[in-house]
Design a protein around this ligand. Structure first.
Ligand SMILES: O=C[C@H](O)[C@@H](O)[C@@H](O)[C@H](O)C(=O)O
Length: 469
C-alpha cells in the first residue's frame, strides 16, 4: 500500500528507521554551523510582509525552477506584486515532483503553518490568506522561527571587515537563547585578481583603522580581525574555492606579488596561485592556533550567465557544478599545513559528486592528533542537497571513513524556514541505518544505533566546534 505523502513516516522505510527517527533524532536541537541568514534580521526579529518575501525573497533555488517553467523574470526577481509572484510559484510547484523543492515546500507548509494541503494554483488563494495571517501575527518573526525550530547555534557567513554589530546586539537580548556567531569568510582578499580586491582592502583598512600597504600589513590586519571574530564567539571560517590549486612558494615571493597587485591591479595566474597558496597556509595556521574549523567549499562554477550577472548580481541562480582536478592540490595544501604543524580542523565540501571519493580518501590521510573526526567530509552541498545527494555523501563517508564521527547537517540557507532540511537529513540518516539492519548488514542494537544517530544529528557538532558557552 502506498504511504501517505509526507506522512509521519516520510522517508522511513523500516521499523528500525522509524524507531530511530521518532525515539532519537526527531526532538534533538539543531546546530546550524553554516548558513547565510542575516544577523540584522535576526536581531530585529524581522516579520515577513508575506510568504512571498519569506519564500521568494532570496531563494535562488526557487528562482531557477521558476525560470525553467517559463515564468517571466518580473514575477521572479522583478517588481511584480507579492501575490502574483506567489501565484506564479504555486503554479510551478506541482511540476516539481522529484525535485527537493517539492518536499521542502510542503514540509515548510506543514511544520510552520499547519497546512497539509498541496500547493497549486487552486489552493494558492486560501494558503496565501492563512500563511500571511500567521506571518503577521505573533510568533512568526525571524527569531521566533529559529526558536520554534529548536536551533541552539547559528553560524552566519561574514566578511572579515564586518563590524559584527548585530552579533553583539543579539548577545544583549534577554529573551533569546540561541547563539548567533560569525564565520570568517576571507574570499574577497584571496581573490587578488578580481575587481572586489581593492575595494575590499579599503574596507579592511577602515575596519583595522590603519593603512594596508604591504602583504605583512594585510596579514596583521587579518589576524586582528580574526581575534575580533573570536571574541564575538566565532569558531569557524569558510572559503569558496571555486578551483583549488596549490603551489609551494615563499613569503618574499608573495610579498612581491602583493605589491604588484597593488600597483598594476592584476597578477599572472601563476602568481595568483602562489599568493593563494601561501595565504591559505597563513590562515590555516591562525585557525589552528585558535581551535577553529576551516570549511573549504570547492568546485562551484559561478556567475555563468554574464548578462544576468549584470542585471541581478551574484547568487541569483546562475551558478553550476565545476569540474577539474582537485586531489593533488587539496592534498598539497593539507600536507603543507600538517608539515607546518598548523592543520586546523577542516571540513571539505565539493559541489561535484565526482570529487567525493578523492575528498573522503584524502581526508583519511590527515586525521590524527587525537581529535575525533578532525578532517570532515562535509554534508551534501547545494546541488547535492537532495535525497540522492545526501545518501551518496553518507555512503561515501561510511565506506571510506567513519560515519559515526560525522558532524552532520547544516542549512546553508538564506531562509528562516529552511530548518526542515535538518528533519529531511535526519529521516534519511535513520533510513540508511534501518536499511542496513533490515538486510542484516548492521546489528539491531538500539544503544549502538541510537548513539550514532544522536551523535551525527547533534552531539558530534557540539563537541567538534566547542562553541563558547
Ligand atoms: O545553497 C546554496 C548556497 O547557499 C550558495 O548560495 C552559497 O554556497 C553561496 O554561493 C556561497 O558562496 O556561499
Amino acid at each position: 500500500m502506498a504511504k501517505t505523502f509526507l506522512g509521519k513516516n516520510f522517508l522511513l522505510n523500516s521499523d528500525t528507521a522509524k524507531e530511530l527517527y521518532h525515539q532519537y533524532a526527531k526532538e534533538l536541537p539543531i546546530i546550524d554551523y553554516h548558513c547565510h541568514l542575516s544577523p540584522q534580521e535576526i536581531y530585529e526579529n524581522k516579520k515577513f510582509r508575506s510568504i512571498t518575501e519569506a519564500w521568494l525573497g532570496g531563494d535562488h533555488y526557487k528562482w531557477r525552477v521558476m525560470r525553467a517553467c517559463g515564468v517571466d523574470e518580473e514575477l521572479i526577481t522583478g517588481g511584480a506584486d507579492d501575490y502574483d509572484k506567489f501565484l506564479a510559484w504555486a503554479k510551478v510547484v506541482p511540476q516539481l515532483l522529484g525535485n527537493p523543492l517539492y518536499h521542502w515546500t510542503h514540509l515548510e507548509l506543514q511544520r510552520f503553518f499547519g497546512i497539509d494541503e498541496l500547493l497549486n494554483e487552486r489552493t494558492a488563494p486560501a494558503i496565501w490568506e492563512k500563511v500571511n495571517a500567521l506571518l503577521q501575527g505573533e510568533g512568526f518573526g525571524a527569531r521566533d522561527l529559529i526558536k520554534k525550530s529548536k536551533v541552539t547555534v547559528v553560524c552566519t557567513t561574514d566578511d572579515p571587515a564586518d563590524s559584527l554589530e548585530y552579533h553583539f546586539k543579539i548577545k544583549e537580548l534577554e529573551d533569546f537563547g540561541t547563539k548567533v556567531l560569525p564565520s570568517y569568510r576571507p574570499d574577497k582578499f584571496l581573490e587578488i585578481n578580481r575587481d572586489t580586491f581593492k575595494p575590499w582592502l579599503t574596507k579592511l583598512e577602515a575596519a583595522a583603522g590603519k593603512p594596508i600597504g604591504s602583504y605583512g600589513a594585510l596579514l596583521d590586519a587579518l589576524r586582528e580581525r580574526m581575534e575580533f571574530f573570536h571574541e564575538a564567539g566565532g569558531r569557524v571560517s569558510d572559503h569558496a574555492l571555486d578551483t583549488l590549486e596549490y603551489q609551494e612558494t615563499t613569503l618574499r615571493e608573495v610579498e612581491a606579488i602583493f605589491d604588484k597587485a597593488l600597483k598594476k591591479g592584476s597578477v599572472t595566474p601563476a602568481e595568483e596561485r602562489k599568493y593563494k597558496s601561501y595565504t591559505m597556509r597563513f590562515l590555516g595556521k591562525e585557525y589552528a592556533e585558535r581551535g577553529w574549523a576551516m570549511q573549504l567549499h570547492i568546485h562551484a562554477l559561478r556567475n555563468t550567465n554574464s548578462a544576468m550577472l549584470k542585471r541581478l548580481g551574484p547568487d541569483t541562480g546562475y551558478d553550476a557544478i565545476n569540474d577539474g582536478p582537485v586531489a593533488a592540490a587539496l592534498a598539497g595544501l593539507l600536507n603543507a599545513l600538517e608539515r607546518d604543524g598548523a592543520l586546523p580542523k577542516t571540513i571539505l565540501y565539493s559541489l561535484n559528486p565526482n570529487d567525493y571519493p578523492a575528498l573522503a580518501s584524502i581526508m583519511g590521510c590527515f586525521q590524527g592528533g587525537g581529535v575525533p573526526g578532525k578532517i570532515q567530509f562535509g554534508t551534501a552541498w547545494w546541488f547535492n542537497d537532495n535525497k540522492d545527494g545526501m545518501l551518496e555523501q553518507m555512503k561515501t563517508l561510511a565506506n571510506l571513513g567513519v560515519l559515526a564521527q560525522f558532524i552532520g547537517m547544516l542549512t546553508d540557507s538564506r531562509s528562516f524556514l529552511s530548518y526542515t532540511r535538518h528533519e529531511y537529513f535526519r529521516r534519511l540518516l535513520c533510513d540508511v541505518l534501518g536499511d542496513w539492519v533490515e538486510r542484516g548488514e548492521a546489528p539491531k542494537d538500539f544503544e549502538l544505533l541510537g548513539t550514532m544517530v544522536t551523535d551525527i544529528c547533534h552531539d558530534n557538532a557540539k563537541r567538534y566546534f566547542a562553541f563558547p558557552e
